[in-house]
Design a protein around this ligand. Structure first.
Ligand SMILES: [Zn+2]
Length: 452
């Protein structure tokens, strides 16, 4: 199957070279070198038979359900739509499967950093890498390439805006944990027009509480301001960003440069059931997506927008199916917003997928026995205490059946797994997303849509 993949990629590159000459390759190969921002890459879209390059701007809305595998989607469909229903994300006309393995020195299964780097750069790398290669060298990212080609860029997430997935699209770092440096890069290098999500703690220096007071109860993961790069909120405001941090301020915002931080860290509390777990974001993912599209669509050159629901992954790490299903509802509401936009703006590619599966989730009948308990053939010394728990959640009622049908959700791990994830899509280039391909293929398709 690799042969057809390679062939497709070669054809794409050939088309680029014929259609736009050397200018067309600039956004793909020279992005990091051209530091003067706007304008230089416009020629990349100019080769379509003499049209003015601005007549047909194209955009990409990339939606990541972090940790979302096929079972998460199907569980949400049964829970929210029922046997005859369909999630908004599953109603997209194109579907495919992507493999997600990293190129890590130790691990086969990817983390969010390596998988997002594959999407953002087309290069496989190690776990923890933010769009750097195996030697730590920075790679051009699609978010930076979009900005340098004169398009707008945006981040919408319920994670920290500087967390691994959004970071890989707009920054480079050898360490995913360097979130304050990633925030600095947003302001000094890539400068996305819209940044909405959590992670206030990484933008403010120690001692500056900001809008959200410290949460110090969890000693392993205290939520306290910790920027080592100074007051990055003030720096953003100095660059012209409107800064908002409450639902009221968000509703009143009217700037075309918008920074919104609505939590210390994630916009939810990930915990096992009944241990302080909470999914009630200050601003919904759907509303953040609406606002981002309002701003970005004003750029006549098009845009690249990343939308992410992080809680699918975090709740799956906690084997918390009830909260996972809530986060799936949040994600699908955002997809509805995106689909409504695409219906009005057909030059927009919409992709909905997950960076990897989390939890080893499966859907089972409710039968009172959990066969995935103790036992199995794994040598005992491989088992790590606290990481081999495998609860079974439910029962959950199938929507529309008045309780006549239910199902259980069974987890096999509190970590990520290597099963392929579903990709659904519509819009220009989406026909390239049928089939079975590595996650790096999405970079090829998205850059082809934006820059060819
Ligand atoms: Zn995860």
């Amino acid at each position: 199957m690799d042969d057809s993949r390679t062939g497709r990629r070669l054809r794409t590159l050939t088309v680029v070279a014929v259609a736009g000459g050397t200018l067309a390759l600039l956004p793909l190969t020279g992005a990091l070198a051209t530091g003067d921002g706007d304008g230089g890459g416009h020629g990349g879209r100019g080769g379509d038979g003499g049209h003015h390059p601005h007549q047909q701007p194209r955009s990409v809305i990339f939606v990541n359900g972090d940790g979302m595998g096929a079972a998460h989607r199907e569980a949400a469909r049964l829970d929210q739509e029922g046997f005859d229903g369909q999630l908004a994300m599953d109603g997209l006309p194109i579907a495919g499967l992507q493999t997600t393995d990293a190129r890590d020195p130790e691990d086969t299964v990817t983390d969010s950093a390596a998988s997002a780097s594959a999407w953002a750069t087309g290069v496989k790398t190690y776990n923890g890498a933010i769009s750097v290669d195996l030697d730590g060298n920075p790679l051009p990212t699609i978010g930076q390439q979009a900005e340098e080609a004169g398009l707008a860029g945006g981040i919408v997430t319920t994670a920290q805006v500087t967390d691994a997935s959004p970071a890989a699209f707009f920054a480079n770092s050898a360490q995913r944990a360097a979130q304050d440096d990633i925030a600095r890069q947003y302001l000094e290098v890539s400068r996305p027009e819209v940044i909405l999500g959590g992670g206030e703690d990484w933008w403010l220096p120690a001692g500056d509480e900001g809008t959200y007071p410290p949460r110090t109860g969890d000693e392993e993961d205290p939520e306290v301001s910790r920027s080592t790069q100074g007051d990055l909120v003030a720096q953003a405001q100095g660059l012209g960003y409107e800064y908002v941090s409450t639902a009221e301020e968000f509703a009143a915002a009217d700037s075309d440069l918008l920074l919104g931080l609505f939590a210390n860290e994630e916009m939810f509390q990930q915990r096992p059931e009944g241990e302080g777990d909470e999914f009630d974001p200050v601003v919904s993912l759907a509303d953040m997506t609406t606002r981002a599209l309002d701003v970005l669509s004003q750029d006549e050159d098009g845009f690249f927008l990343l939308v992410e629901e992080e809680a699918v992954d975090e709740m799956s790490h906690n084997n918390n199916a009830a909260r996972m299903l809530e986060s799936m509802r949040s994600l699908d509401a955002a997809v509805e917003v995106a689909r409504a936009y695409v219906a009005e703006h057909p030059d927009t590619l919409l992709i909905v997928t997950g960076d990897h599966e989390c939890g080893g989730l499966s859907i089972e009948d409710v039968d009172g026995e959990d066969e995935s308990g103790p036992g199995g053939t794994l040598p005992q010394e491989v088992a790590v205490e606290g990481e081999t728990e495998s609860g079974e959640d439910g029962p959950f009622v199938v929507a529309g059946t008045d309780g006549a049908y239910d199902f259980a959700l069974d987890w096999t791990t509190t970590g990520h797994t290597g099963v392929p994830t579903v990709v659904t899509a519509e819009g220009p280039g989406s026909e390239e997303l049928t089939g079975y391909y590595p996650n790096t293929h999405l970079y090829d398709v998205m850059t082809s849509v934006l820059f060819d």
